[in-house]
Design a protein. Structure first.
Lengths: 286, 297
């Protein structure tokens, strides 16, 4: 398929529709959904909607808190535990657009295992998110990760792991690097992992996960630095790259711009923007 | 250089575009700008750089490729600094190469590099203005190692202002988290810029690559001579938010290409749908044209 016209950097509507964009990293009110359990999150989804509609996203995956100690707001945690329907509000409001993966608290394995039963085994969530900050975060090299990953794998869930390679090293022990994720992934060769942000410093991040074929690279979370997608396609192949928008705290420009502006084939863009993620979610064959 | 032509019509635009191989692009912009004005949005990119980024090759670091890409996006003028100006010390040749390169493409306006910590830096500055007739110089205070309170910065600002030129200050070139560990530089402290600009009557400084944050934004925006670009203004509605907080005319389009993918900054101008066509045109070109035309006596 040949690329069509663009308007101020954005492909035209027909082209965007042809990409069938599935966003693996949608972050409305990522750290706290609001004191009432949903209002801030819903407002942030609405804030992102013009960009989502303009770029013809088919799906966007967000990462809800489910009351297992992943925020610093004790009252909110209690509210979410007492009333799980609050967690479902965004999904009920935008059932065609949204899908969810719960944030796990790797500091509390037992509660997280229970949450996996409640939200992943029984639905409607499709996987989990391991954050790089906050009370639920541990480095993915931590032993607590093993029983959690075992359980997620047995339930067929998707795993998104936040990663960064920061110049000067980690700024907190709870943070994870792509190299640590590669070590974890090596223990679970049948499970696929998403390496969120490609490590930020992607030249190192891509190298760190290159040989670990059950790791896919997620594209969001850093400036639209030129050459990233080209290197990722060259080193790990387009089938191991998954688009994320990081909307609304980042932008369509930054995140979609990385892919539409890259010097790669249109077929590779379709893989990155949706096809790979749908395969991971088992809604489309490879 | 293609100037804005108020008398241009759709057929003229398509004729010109066909000749330059950009017909589909321009047609789509004409159609999108269907409010009766019947012409594409003009784009002036106030923040591009030529030659090689010191730490890796970039897909568009060959000028011919960069210009081709900018043309395909509808950019009619680009203010071009030099990546060489970050680490080189023979600034005369840095600026000479830049001028020579810019002569190859009518869209490119050379913006020279000056390091005021080098001996006889005034000579570099004068060559930029007198020999090369540059409208501005671009500074990298973090890579060159001085705060904006350094008296040499104040002196440079005075000379540039007296010559009717402006100064671009690159707040950063790369996120501190991804810099080469042996060449780490902090972002420029823009809090120090306020008093410096206030002290030089008529001074004009464009801040590049800054991600606005309160309350510093409000302090900077209150100074009439301080202008901004949008290269790293992130979040889906970051650009309209910036424009709402800054006096009209003080936000100029800039992409920081080829370090950043040029599509990124362009898409951010319209993804939220919050800017009307007039605001878009001001952001994308009119403010830059006005800014460029302000200084020279």
């Amino acid at each position: 398929m040949k690329a069509g016209a663009t308007y101020l950097g954005l492909p035209d509507a027909e082209q965007l529709s042809s990409y069938r964009i599935w966003d693996s990293y949608f972050t409305p009110s990522h750290s706290n959904p609001g004191a009432d359990g949903s209002s801030r999150l819903i407002a942030e989804v609405e804030r992102a909607l013009p960009a989502i509609r303009k770029s013809r996203f088919e799906k966007a995956c967000y990462f809800p808190h489910v009351g297992i100690g992943t925020t610093t707001d004790a009252a909110l945690e209690k509210k979410l535990r007492a009333n799980p329907d609050l967690v479902l509000k965004p999904l009920q409001r935008w059932p065609k657009l949204l899908l969810g993966m719960i944030q796990l608290n790797a500091n509390d394995v037992k509660t997280s295992l229970d949450a996996l039963n409640r939200w992943l085994r029984d639905g409607p969530m499709r996987g989990v998110y391991f954050t790089g900050s906050g009370p639920g975060a541990v480095a993915c090299s931590h032993r607590n990760m093993i029983p959690l990953v075992e359980r997620i794998a047995s339930l067929g869930g998707v795993i998104m792991q936040h990663t960064w390679f920061k110049t000067g090293g980690k700024t907190g022990p709870e943070q994870s690097t792509p190299a640590e994720l590669a070590q974890l992934a090596a223990k679970f060769p049948e499970q696929e992992f998403l390496c969120a942000h490609a490590g930020g410093e992607w030249q190192k991040g891509i190298r760190a996960v290159r040989e670990q074929e059950n790791i896919l690279v997620e594209t969001s979370g850093f400036d639209a630095t030129a050459g990233f997608i080209e290197m990722a396609v060259r080193e790990v192949g387009a089938k191991r790259i998954v688009f994320g928008s990081h909307l609304p705290s980042r932008s369509l420009g930054t995140e979609l711009g990385k892919v539409v502006g890259a010097e790669i084939s249109e077929a590779d863009k379709r893989l990155i923007l949706g096809q790979n993620y749908r395969r991971l979610l088992k809604v489309e064959a490879s | 250089m293609t100037a804005s032509n108020p008398g241009i019509n759709r057929r003229d635009v398509l004729h010109i575009a066909a000749a330059s191989g950009a017909a589909s692009l321009v047609a789509s912009q004409v159609d999108a700008a269907s409010d009766g004005k019947d012409r594409p949005l003009e784009i002036v990119d106030t923040n591009v750089s030529l030659f090689h980024w010191p730490f890796r090759r970039l897909p568009l670091d060959v000028t011919e490729k960069l210009v081709k890409k900018l043309r395909s996006l509808g950019v009619t003028q680009a203010w071009a600094g030099s990546f060489e100006g970050i680490l080189h010390r023979d600034m005369a040749t840095v600026n000479q190469r830049l001028v020579r390169e810019c002569r190859q493409s009518p869209e490119l306006v050379p913006i020279g590099s000056v390091n005021p910590l080098l001996p006889d830096w005034e000579n570099d500055l004068q060559r930029c203005f007198q020999q090369h007739d540059m409208p501005a110089v671009r500074l990298h205070p973090n890579y060159h190692g001085y705060p904006l309170t350094d008296p040499r910065f104040a002196r440079l600002l005075q000379i540039a202002t007296a010559a009717g030129r402006f100064v671009q200050v690159a707040t950063l070139m790369e996120d501190t988290r991804t810099q080469n560990p042996l060449v780490r530089v902090a972002d420029v402290d823009l809090g120090l810029l306020v008093d410096q600009v206030k002290r030089v009557r008529g001074a004009r400084v464009q801040v590049l690559n800054w991600r606005p944050r309160s309350p510093l934004l409000e302090k900077l925006a209150a100074v009439p001579g301080i202008y901004f670009d949008v290269a790293r203004v992130d979040s889906t509605d970051g650009v309209p938010q910036l424009m709402s907080k800054v006096p009209a005319g003080q936000v100029l389009f800039g992409s920081h290409a080829p370090f950043l993918v040029p599509e990124a900054a362009l898409i951010r101008t319209h993804e939220s749908g919050q800017l009307d066509l007039e605001s878009m045109q001001q952001l994308l070109a009119s403010n830059a044209r006005r800014f460029l035309g302000k200084g020279k006596p």
